[in-house]
Design a protein around this ligand. Structure first.
Ligand code: TRP
Length: 343
């Protein structure tokens, strides 16, 4: 894709940190939605390495992880002929704009409201200034490209709202430069919960690997995680988030992977619970067995694609992505500097 102005489509921007394994929650909550967006919009997908280093990363691994994220994008179906994929640190305008926003419009009162910082930084003894400033860098990412919509999981909504606030404040105080972006949260699937604890989001930083299914997990390991996932009391397959949060979560995964609706799933497994309650597979056995198969099938296909890309191919995609976005970012930064009188 070339970001051209003649053929105007709304601009969609989002990012993923190269800071660890990506899991099924990332795929179902975000990546899958991005893939659908690339035909309708000018999509820009960023590997946000400067966000990743807000917490300590192993230098030997970070480089590989950046390439791995791109491979995940590609395996998920993002097509570099339709969407731009680039690495944040290749475009210096991101950190420049972040600094300008820090000074011109971001205020301690805004930052102190950010709940993710409180959660991430909360327990740790040594917290980087960068982690505190993380939402401002994210605002810079978004605002550089005249972004119309930002698809994110619900944990990032507050950050996109901050980007809106900073854009509006800048426009008001220094003159019109930024487009004010909309947040686009996917309703169902935006929140895939942990397999060992359905009260918390599936997370790569969970204490146990039983919490998540990594997109790079061996398919058989992933199937086992599903079979061992916690369930609720009773034995009926019923979508009831309040009373059956674990089953509702598994049903969401099932539904998103197979296209079967909740009602269809309820019907499919009606009466199948109790008969299996005594069997070695346990309650919900049949349901879990089928879901485990669906997950396995999905991963086998996904990983076949994932492994088909070479490092050189990925580097070439990143280079080409940077070439496409750089002029847009530089134009925005230039306008900002002019407004501040430092161009
Ligand atoms: N903070 C986002 C996350 O961890 C990643 C991110 C960085 C992002 N910059 C962005 C997402 C810009 C959307 C737009 O999920």
């Amino acid at each position: 894709m070339e970001l051209n102005k003649q053929n105007y489509k709304p601009i969609v921007f989002s990012g993923v940190q190269p800071s660890g394994v990506l899991h099924l929650g990332n795929y179902l909550g975000a990546l899958e939605q991005w893939v659908q967006m690339q035909d309708k919009y000018n999509c820009i997908f960023c590997v946000v390495d400067y966000h990743a280093i807000t917490v300590k990363q192993e230098p030997k691994e970070l480089g590989r992880r950046i390439l791995d994220v791109v491979k995940i994008y590609l395996a998920a179906g993002i097509n570099p002929a339709k969407a731009v994929i680039f690495q944040q640190s290749n475009i210096t305008a991101h950190t420049e704009l972040a600094w300008i926003l820090n000074c011109a419009v971001a205020r301690l009162a805004d930052m102190n409201k950010m709940t993710q910082f409180k959660e991430k930084g909360g327990e740790k003894e040594s917290v980087s200034v960068g982690l505190y400033d993380y939402p401002v860098l994210m605002a810079a990412d978004i605002l550089l490209y005249n972004t119309d919509a930002v698809p994110v999981g619900d944990d990032q909504v507050q950050h996109v709202e901050l980007a809106r606030t900073l854009a509006q404040r800048f426009n008001r105080e220094y003159g019109q430069v930024f487009k004010v972006p909309e947040v686009a949260v996917r309703k169902q699937g935006a929140r895939i919960m942990g397999l060992d604890d359905p009260s918390k989001k599936m997370s790569k930083s969970a204490n146990s690997a039983a919490n998540y299914i990594a997109l790079t997990d061996a398919p058989e390991v992933a199937a086992k995680k599903i079979r061992r996932a916690v369930t609720d009391s009773g034995s009926e397959i019923k979508y009831d988030v309040k009373n059956k949060p674990a089953i509702a979560n598994l049903m969401t995964i099932y539904s998103l992977l197979t296209g079967l609706g909740f009602k269809e799933l309820e019907k499919k497994y009606q009466g199948k619970g109790p008969a299996y309650a005594e069997a070695s597979v346990g309650k919900y056995g049949e349901f879990k067995k089928d879901l485990a198969e669906a997950v396995k099938k999905f991963l086998i296909k996904f990983q076949l694609k994932y492994h088909s890309y070479s490092g050189d191919e990925v580097k070439r995609i990143l280079k080409d992505g940077a070439r496409q976005v750089r002029p847009v970012a530089e134009e925005t930064l230039k306008k900002v500097k002019e407004k501040l009188g430092i161009n």
